[in-house]
Design a protein around this ligand. Structure first.
Ligand SMILES: [Ca+2]
Length: 177
């Protein structure tokens, strides 16, 4: 591991991982201190930069803060970057050109596939109706805070088709024309 200025640490994380780490909860803080437990490192750069110290470098926000009692003190009016002190587990604002180790994170993308079966008297093969249903679904997903999704239509044989076919095969129900 190499120590770097905050900006270099941020570029390093964005190149080789996702970004400098965010610490939005006690759990996230514990994960970092546990990872570095037993190492001689005292400070690591985290994704905090400048007053008002939000959002994080990865653009997420949180109400969780963990400053040391005397920080951020902006010593010599030149401390604009956030570091985690591994001895105290607290944050300290530091000079941007201090050389610290970077603590990066790598985002994991999780994909969930949801299949829905729709039965309706309306003609579900109609593009217009499909668009209307897709729009309503999109609206619902967005209102739940889901933004990264894709809606696709897949044609399957309907229940009614199955029934008619079965009846025809059995010979019970021939349609007189
Ligand atoms: Ca400070």
């Amino acid at each position: 591991m190499e120590s770097r200025s905050w900006s270099a640490a941020q570029s390093y994380c964005r190149t080789y991982h996702t970004d400098l780490t965010s610490i939005r909860s006690k759990e996230e803080k514990s994960n970092i201190t546990l990872t570095l437990n037993g190492s001689v490192v005292q400070y690591v750069w985290i994704g905090l930069y400048r007053d008002p110290w939000a959002p994080w470098s990865d653009n997420t926000t949180s109400t969780f803060t963990n400053w040391a009692p005397s920080d951020p003190n902006n010593y010599a009016s030149a401390e604009y970057c956030g570091a985690l002190n591994l001895m105290s587990g607290k944050w300290d604002d530091g000079f941007i050109n201090y050389k610290n180790y970077a603590f990066c994170f790598t985002a994991v993308t999780k994909q969930t596939v949801v299949k829905m079966k729709l039965q309706s008297e309306a003609d579900m093969h109609s593009t217009e109706i499909q668009q209307q249903v897709s729009q309503q679904l999109s609206g619902l997903m967005l209102s739940e805070g889901l933004t990264d999704f894709r809606i696709r239509w897949r044609k399957v044989q309907s229940y009614r088709d199955d029934q008619l076919k079965k009846q025809d095969e059995d010979g019970d129900c021939k349609t007189e024309v």
